[in-house]
Design a protein around this ligand. Structure first.
Ligand code: SF4
Length: 80
């Protein structure tokens, strides 16, 4: 049986125990961008998991723009 799935869906990370480490939209959106733009880069040192096609920018129903997310991530200054 095949199902459409996405890391943006609430049940994507649901464990059989009922625990869900990414139970909120915030957790899921954060993971999407951190995985694409930070974790993958840190782990494989082969650039981001984005080729800049713009599809997600055009299709996003709530106008999340990966370019603006990049700007925010790049301008982030950790609080010391
Ligand atoms: S711009 Fe294209 S490659 Fe980059 S995250 Fe969006 S859909 Fe994926």
């Amino acid at each position: 049986m095949k199902n459409w799935d996405s890391c943006m869906f609430p049940l994507f990370t649901m464990h059989t125990t009922g625990h869900n480490p990414r139970g909120t939209k915030t957790h899921r959106v954060r993971q999407r961008f951190m995985h694409k733009l930070k974790y993958f880069v840190d782990k494989y040192e082969k650039g981001t998991m984005c080729v800049g096609c713009g599809r997600c920018v055009r299709q996003c129903p709530v106008n999340i723009d990966i370019r603006k997310v990049c700007d925010k991530m790049n301008s982030y200054m950790p609080v010391e």
